[in-house]
Design a protein around this ligand. Structure first.
Ligand code: FAD
Length: 389
C-alpha cells in the first residue's frame, strides 16, 4: 500500500487549496448566498473564477472539458474544495450535478451527452435527480416508487410527485425515475420546461449550501420521447447504483473538507483562549475532543481513499461505499459537534463558520441512504454470508 500522492496530484492539491483559500473564502460573506443556496448570478461568478484556473468539473472526461480525475484524485480535490461551503459550487462538483455528470458519462447516448452533459460539465447549466417521493412512495426503500411511466406510442407519460429534489429551482433538466407498467424502474431525461413539470414549492431545510435548494416537484402527464430514456428501459435501479456508490463517496470527500475547516477554527480558539489560568487546549476535556477530531478526520480520509481505490480498480465498491458513507457521515458530525462545544457560546452563533457547517452536515446522515438503511443492508449481507473478512 502506498499512500503517497503522485507529484501531479500533489501539485493539483496545492492549486485547489490556494484557489479556495485565496479566491473563494473571501467571498463567503456575499449576500447573494440565500437560504436556498447561492443565487444563479453568484453561482456563475464562482464557476467563472474556477474556470479561469481550469478547475471546473475536474471529474468529467477531457472531451467534456474536465480532467478525467479518477476516484482517488477526486478524494484529494473534493476535500480541498469542501474547505469552503462555496468551493464545491465554484468547482461545480456539488450534489446532485456531480453525480448526474458521472451517470450521464457512464450511461447516456452520444446525442444525450451533447445535449445535456456538455453544457452541464461546463457549468453553464444545473440539473436535478428525482427519485424520492412522499409517503407511501420511494424513500429509504426505492422499490416503493409510485411515479408511473406509461408507454404511449413513441412516448412515455409520467405522473407522480417527488420531493427533497435538490437543485430543482433553476435546473435546466431533470433525471426522473419512474416505474413502467411491469413495475420496472426507468430513468428519463427531461428539460425542466417540459409541459407538465411543476415545481410545487421549496422545502426549507437546515442546510443552505446547495444551489437551487430542495423542492417538491410534480409530474402531471409529462410526455417524454422514448429517445430520452437514459440507458435502457427497466434498468433504473441498476443505474441508481452506478450513480450512488461514487456519489455517496463524493459527499464524504466534500464534507470532510468542511469538517477540517471547523476543526481548524476550533483548534485556533483552543490554542488562544485561557480559562481557569490555562489555555483551553491544556484542559484535558478540550484536548481530548480535538484529539478525537483528528482521529475521526484521519479515519474518514482513509476510508474514502480505500473505497476510492476499489472503484478505481474496477470494483463496484457497493459495500465499501456504504461503510464509508455511514462512518464518514457520523464521524464528520461528531467532529463538527465537538467544534461547536470547544468554541463555547460562539459555537452556536455566526461569529464563526462552525455553526453554519454544523447545520450543513446534519442531513448527510439521511440522504444517499440513512445510516440505519446502510447498517441494515450490511447486516443482511452478514446474515447471508456470515462474517466476511
Ligand atoms: C438535504 C436532502 C437532500 C436530498 N436530495 C435528494 C435529491 O436530490 N433527490 C432525491 O431523489 N432525493 C433526495 N433526498 C432524499 C433522501 O435520499 C431521502 O430523504 C432518504 O433516502 C430517506 O428517505 P425518506 O426521507 O423517505 O425517509 P424514510 O424512508 O421515511 O425513513 C425514515 C427513517 O427511517 C429509518 N429507516 C428506514 N429504513 C430503515 C431500516 N431498514 N432499518 C432501520 N431504520 C430504517 C431511518 O432512520 C430513516 O431516516 C434528499 C434528502 C435530504 C435530507
Amino acid at each position: 500500500m502506498d499512500f503517497s500522492l503522485s507529484p501531479e496530484l500533489a501539485e493539483l492539491q496545492q492549486r485547489v487549496r490556494k484557489f479556495i483559500r485565496e479566491k473563494i473564502v473571501p467571498l463567503e460573506g456575499d449576500s447573494r448566498q440565500t437560504h436556498h443556496g447561492p443565487t444563479e448570478e453568484f453561482r456563475r461568478e464562482l464557476v467563472a473564477l474556477a474556470a479561469a484556473e481550469g478547475l471546473v468539473a475536474p471529474h468529467v472526461g477531457t472531451e467534456y472539458g474536465g480532467m478525467g480525475l479518477n476516484h482517488v484524485a477526486k478524494a484529494i480535490v473534493f476535500e480541498e474544495a469542501g474547505y469552503s461551503l462555496l468551493g464545491p459550487v465554484a468547482l461545480h462538483i456539488f450534489a446532485p450535478d456531480e453525480g448526474n455528470m458521472h451517470l450521464l458519462e457512464q450511461v447516456a447516448s452520444h446525442e444525450q451527452k451533447e445535449r445535456w452533459l456538455r453544457p452541464l460539465a461546463a457549468g453553464l447549466t444545473r440539473s436535478c435527480f428525482c427519485m424520492t417521493e412522499p409517503a407511501p412512495g420511494a424513500g429509504s426503500d426505492p422499490a416503493a416508487m409510485n411515479t408511473t411511466a406509461v408507454k404511449d406510442g413513441n412516448h412515455y407519460v409520467i405522473n407522480g410527485t417527488k420531493w427533497f429534489i435538490t437543485g430543482a429551482y433553476g435546473a435546466a433538466f431533470a433525471i426522473i425515475m419512474a416505474k413502467d407498467e411491469d413495475g420496472h424502474a426507468t430513468m428519463f431525461l427531461a428539460d425542466m420546461d417540459t409541459p407538465g413539470i411543476e415545481i410545487e414549492r421549496a422545502m426549507d431545510s437546515l442546510d443552505t449550501a446547495f444551489a437551487g435548494g430542495h423542492a417538491v416537484v410534480k409530474f402531471n402527464n409529462v410526455r417524454i420521447p422514448a429517445s430520452d430514456i437514459l440507458g435502457e428501459p427497466g434498468k433504473g435501479f441498476r443505474y441508481a447504483q452506478v450513480r450512488l456508490a461514487p456519489a455517496r463517496l463524493t459527499h464524504c470527500m466534500r464534507w470532510l473538507g468542511a469538517a477540517i475547516r471547523a476543526h481548524e477554527i476550533a483548534t485556533g480558539y483552543a490554542l488562544k483562549r485561557e480559562v481557569f489560568g490555562h489555555k483551553l487546549i491544556e484542559h484535558e476535556g478540550v484536548g481530548f475532543q480535538l484529539a478525537d477530531n483528528e482521529m475521526d478526520i484521519r479515519m474518514s480520509r482513509l476510508s474514502i481513499w480505500h473505497t476510492a481505490s476499489i472503484l478505481d480498480n474496477g470494483g463496484r465498491g457497493t459495500v465499501e461505499s456504504s461503510m464509508s458513507k455511514v462512518f464518514c457521515s457520523e464521524a464528520i458530525w461528531r467532529v463538527v459537534d465537538r467544534c461547536v462545544q470547544v468554541l463555547g457560546g460562539q459555537g452556536v452563533t455566526s461569529e464563526t463558520l462552525v455553526a453554519r457547517i454544523f447545520t450543513e452536515v446534519r442531513g448527510f446522515r439521511i440522504y444517499d441512504g440513512p445510516s440505519e438503511v446502510h447498517r441494515w443492508s450490511i447486516a443482511q449481507r452478514i446474515a447471508r454470508n456470515g462474517a466476511n473478512w
